[in-house]
Design a protein around this ligand. Structure first.
Ligand code: G3H
Length: 196
């Protein structure tokens, strides 16, 4: 199978202020990552880059990160957008902890099942990613997914067989690319090997 690369957007202004949600631009550091990422992908794929598919979140910080990556086809998937933090969009984690301690605690206690008021929870994200996973598994071209922390936790957990309970706390660093190399499964070949 072809490799699948996963990366978060570069550092955004929201990352710098530790705020949730919003559709902010990249910081200067994040902007540099866009260039580094383009060079990294070129070095990884060589001539194979002409077959590359870029699947990107529609948010600005993601499209700005993906823009320099040369590819066969670039597409935006609504399903790759970040977990919707609902009424807390634009707040900092500290503000929520101080002003809405019950909400903050509820999320700490059960991060998987917690859903932001008027927004989403991790299980919503898992569900909306279903078509992305199906498409990734069928794809015979290399793909780079440029998305967000919560979304990449869901994809990473799925492909690494990590339980849903553990999934919302998987560390997914900024400015890091995860490479998934699918293992081809050849039942006929292994049966023949066993018989030999
Ligand atoms: O809200 C979206 C964040 O990227 C996910 O971070 O679930 O750890 O708060 P969090």
């Amino acid at each position: 199978g072809c490799p699948v690369y996963l990366t978060r957007h570069g550092e955004s202004l929201g990352n710098q202020t530790k705020s949730m949600g919003g559709d902010g631009n990249l910081s200067e550091t994040g902007d540099r990552y866009a260039g580094v990422l383009a060079d990294f992908v070129a070095a990884q794929l060589g001539a194979g880059q002409s077959r590359l598919l870029v699947w990107c979140s529609p948010m600005k910080r993601a499209t700005q990160t993906a823009r320099a990556v040369k590819c066969h086809r670039y597409s935006q998937w609504q399903a790759l957008t970040e977990l919707d933090t609902g009424v807390f969009n634009g707040c900092s984690y500290k503000q929520v902890e101080r002003d809405y301690p019950d909400e903050f605690t509820a999320r700490e206690v059960d991060k998987l099942c917690y859903r932001y008021p008027e927004g989403e929870g991790y299980l919503d994200v898992v569900n909306r990613l279903d078509p992305v996973v199906v498409a990734l598994e069928k794809e015979d071209r290399p793909v780079i997914v440029v998305s967000h922390q919560a979304v990449l936790r869901c994809l990473y957990a799925y492909f690494h067989d990590i339980s849903l309970r553990e999934m919302p706390r998987i560390p997914i660093s900024l400015h890091t690319v995860v490479k998934l190399t699918p293992v081809d499964y050849h039942p006929e070949a292994s049966a023949a090997g066993a018989a030999a």
